[in-house]
Each structure stands twice: as structure tokens, then as C-alpha cells.
Design a protein around this ligand. Structure first.
Ligand code: AMP
Length: 424
């Protein structure tokens, strides 16, 4: 059948996707837990939306962007509906807002897989995960600052230091429309240099601005700037955003050419970049205002702002900076069973019910193999169930770091270990 993988590939994850196994997945868990905790502190609630939507939801947000026009996984379901896998987070959240009309400000965060048929490379996958946050229904520049502080502080708390916040204002749609014409005229003057890309420029001249092509840089540096075409309201908003960031000691760089990938942005746009990753993939997260999107989806006027940040990219930056190492130990206690009765099962159950993380080997392995499994599990304590100790109503507990061994009464060992492993 055309398109079906040959036998060698059939049972491998599809191109551009990956499995995440422990201990790498422990880092994911930690990352998500920290983000969730931070979002809660900022007053955001979790939102879950389907991973596929009616394709119109995404077409609405970016007909002229590659993510929608070239990279989207679109399909017809068995009922003939035209659907698409989510390529980005904001559109689904806005669709959910328009559908349910929660009271504003609606502050929500999400963790979601996104799908884009890109050319896979390090930091660029066909399925990637984003952590994101959105605030719908507020025009106040203070909320722009809040949203950026949420992401900035999250990355800093992870231990990332080589991160830069780039900031720009896209203005309101009216002033942007004016600017678009000015920019397009300028690009026409450089049509020779742009070559085939002139067609793309016609469609969305602003996207040319964030091109990384070295031979275009002098031309782009000299291009007219959107910042010089902002309306009064957008300018005042932008100044207040900058003042807020300064008040929070969040360093930022104004970046007139930061336009980001989606058509829906208005006013504030921002991106957090890591200096440790290749330029083409250095964006850890980014976002901005999308003041008109809810209306375009049939909702009331709802000025809004949000961001999405890629988990895989953040972890790449963590690797480069030695931040968020994979936790070594999976369990605190390892039970070594030389009895072969139900006692091991019962002891593990008692410990787990007390909140102690513990494990064992299975299948009647030798004592030596079990002790080596205890070491591999990174356990702090090994608890040995053996005939002599069982007769005396005790168990042998070995501190695997110091090698010191003590006897603890079998009836007391659950509390004894709970008290020494720091769990409730
Ligand atoms: P975007 O939705 O394009 O603004 O992307 C938001 C963030 O998601 C980026 O800053 C990246 O961290 C991440 N991201 C976007 N596309 C990919 C991809 N194909 N693979 C991995 N991460 C991605």
C-alpha cells in the first residue's frame, strides 16, 4: 500500500515523534509539576481541550502561516467531518472560551501535544508538547507583564540563566495594515534579492522580517519599522508593558523584527530564546496578544494574551546548562526477600500505604542479585527478610549509602522507614 511503512519501520515511532521513558520522563513530570504549581500561584486554572478540532478553528488563525497552510495534519473522519490535529494551543483555548463563555478574566494554563509536519531535526519534531497560559478578556498591560513574568520566572526557577526575553509590539490591525503597505513597497524595491520568496512576501510581508537568511540581514535591518507606525493606544500600552517589566527587574530586549508565526497577534509579542541552542530552534516559548481572535470565532470582543513554551526545547536548554538533572533515585526502600513467602508482598504494601516509595525484585532471584537491584534502584535503605530474622520477629535494614546495618522489629519497620524517608 502506498505510504505504508516497510516492515522494518512499522513498529518504530513515526518520523519526528519520540517515546519518553523514565528517567527522562521523571524530568518531564518535574517540569510539568513546577509549571502547574507556578500557574496556580498566579491564579490560572487547568484547561483541557481535544487534540483535534474542526479544521476551521486553525484555518481561522493563520491561513498565511506555514504551520497551518503546509504543516497541519488534516483529515476527514468516518463521518465526513473535516478535522485537524492541533498545531498550536491558543486557537483551541479561544474556541473553548467562545463555546462556554466562562466569566472574564479567564485565566487558564495547559499542557498539550501539538502536531506539525515539519522537517524533523534536533528541537523540531512532528509531535511536540507545549506548556502554555492564556488570559482572556483583559486589555490591561499589567496582564501582559504578568504572563511574561509567569514564563520568565518559570525558566529562571528551573536554573536557566542564558535566556533572553525579546519584546515587540505588532500594533493594532489598522496601523499594521498601513505598515504592511509601507513594508511591502520596501520589499518590492528589493525584489531582486528576495527572488522566489517575493510571492511569500506578497502574502505576508511581516513574516519576511524574522527570516534568518544571512544575505538578507542588511536589507532587513534597514527596513521600515513597525514601531514607527504604532497608533497612540498601542504605543501607550507598549510603554506601560515595558515599565512593568522594569519594575519586576525582568530584563528584555526590544526586537522590532519579532513578528512570530501566527496571523492573530496584535500589540504585545514576545519570545524567550536560549543562547545555548542553534538559532533556528532557540525559541523556548513565545506568545502575545490576540485581541480580535475571539470575535473572529463568533465570540464577544475579548482582548487576550498568552504564550506557549515547548517542553522538548526547554529540556534541551536545561541539558546545555546542566539544569534539572534527571532524579537518580526512583525509590527510597528496596525489599530483599530471602523467605519466598507472602511477607515481602505484605511489607511492600504496608510501606506504600504509608507513603514510602519502595520496590523489590521478582521471581525468586538470589540474594546477591537482589542487593544489586537495590543499588540500581538508587534506594536509600535495603530491607532484608530472612529466616533467622523472621524467627526473631525482626528485619535487617541496611543503609545502602553507609553500609551500616541495624535490626528493626518487624511490627515497627513501617513507621521506622516512613520516619527516615521524609514522607508523611
Ligand atoms: P509556536 O506555537 O510556534 O509559537 O511555538 C511555541 C514553542 O513551541 C516554541 O517556542 C518551541 O519551544 C515549541 N515548538 C514549536 N514548534 C516545535 C516543534 N516542531 N518541535 C519542538 N518544539 C516546537
Amino acid at each position: 500500500m502506498p505510504g505504508s511503512p516497510d516492515a522494518r519501520d512499522a513498529y518504530r515511532a513515526p518520523l519526528g515523534t519520540h517515546d519518553v521513558l523514565a528517567p527522562e520522563s521523571d524530568r518531564w513530570q518535574e517540569l510539568v509539576a513546577r509549571f502547574a504549581d507556578r500557574a496556580r500561584r498566579f491564579g490560572y486554572g487547568l484547561v483541557l481541550t481535544p487534540i483535534f478540532e474542526h479544521a476551521e478553528v486553525f484555518h481561522r488563525v493563520g491561513e498565511s502561516t506555514d504551520v497551518v497552510s503546509k504543516e497541519m495534519y488534516e483529515f476527514e473522519d468516518r463521518g465526513g467531518r473535516h478535522l485537524a490535529l492541533r498545531p498550536e494551543g491558543t486557537a483551541s483555548v479561544v474556541r473553548a472560551f467562545v463555546q462556554h463563555r466562562p466569566p472574564v478574566p479567564w485565566k487558564c494554563w495547559y499542557l498539550a501535544p501539538n502536531f506539525r509536519a515539519e522537517r524533523p531535526q534536533k528541537g523540531r519534531y512532528r509531535q511536540h508538547y507545549q506548556l502554555g497560559a492564556e488570559v482572556l478578556g483583559v486589555d490591561d498591560p499589567d496582564v501582559d507583564v504578568e504572563v511574561m513574568a509567569l514564563l520568565w520566572g518559570f525558566l529562571r526557577e528551573l536554573g536557566l540563566t542564558r535566556v533572553r526575553l525579546l519584546l515587540n509590539s505588532m500594533g493594532d490591525p489598522e496601523s499594521r495594515a498601513q505598515y504592511r503597505e509601507v513594508l511591502l513597497a520596501y520589499l518590492h524595491d528589493h525584489a531582486g534579492l528576495l527572488g522566489d520568496e517575493m510571492a511569500r512576501a506578497e502574502l505576508n510581508p511581516l513574516r519576511i522580517l524574522d527570516s534568518k537568511r544571512a544575505d538578507w540581514q542588511p536589507m532587513l535591518d534597514a527596513a521600515p519599522r513597525l514601531g514607527d507606525h504604532l497608533g497612540d493606544d498601542s504605543r501607550a500600552h507598549f510603554e506601560r508593558v515595558q515599565a512593568g517589566l522594569r519594575a519586576l527587574d525582568i530584563p528584555f530586549e526590544l526586537s522590532a523584527r519579532l513578528v512570530r508565526g501566527f496571523d492573530y497577534y496584535t500589540r504585545t509579542t514576545f519570545e524567550l530564546q536560549s543562547d545555548t541552542i542553534d538559532a533556528a530552534q532557540n525559541a523556548l516559548g513565545g506568545g502575545g496578544r490576540y485581541d480580535r481572535l475571539a470575535e473572529e470565532m463568533g465570540g464577544p470582543p475579548t482582548p487576550s494574551i498568552g504564550f506557549g513554551a515547548g517542553i522538548e526545547r526547554i529540556l534541551l536548554a536545561c541539558d546545555a546548562e546542566g539544569a534539572l538533572p534527571a532524579p537518580g533515585a526512583r525509590v527510597d526502600v528496596f525489599v530483599v526477600d530471602l523467605l519466598g513467602t507472602e511477607d515481602a508482598t505484605v511489607l511492600l504494601h504496608e510501606l506504600r500505604e504509608r507513603g514510602v516509595a519502595c520496590d523489590r525484585a521478582y521471581g525468586g532471584r538470589s540474594g546477591k542479585k537482589q542487593w544489586s537491584a537495590a543499588d540500581k534502584a538508587g534506594a536509600t535503605f535495603g530491607v532484608m527478610l530472612a529466616p533467622r530474622e523472621a524467627d526473631a520477629g525482626v528485619v535487617a535494614v541496611k543503609d545502602l549509602r553507609s553500609g551500616e546495618q541495624v535490626e528493626v522489629k518487624r511490627a515497627e519497620v513501617g513507621d521506622w522507614l516512613r520516619d527516615r524517608t521524609g514522607h508523611e
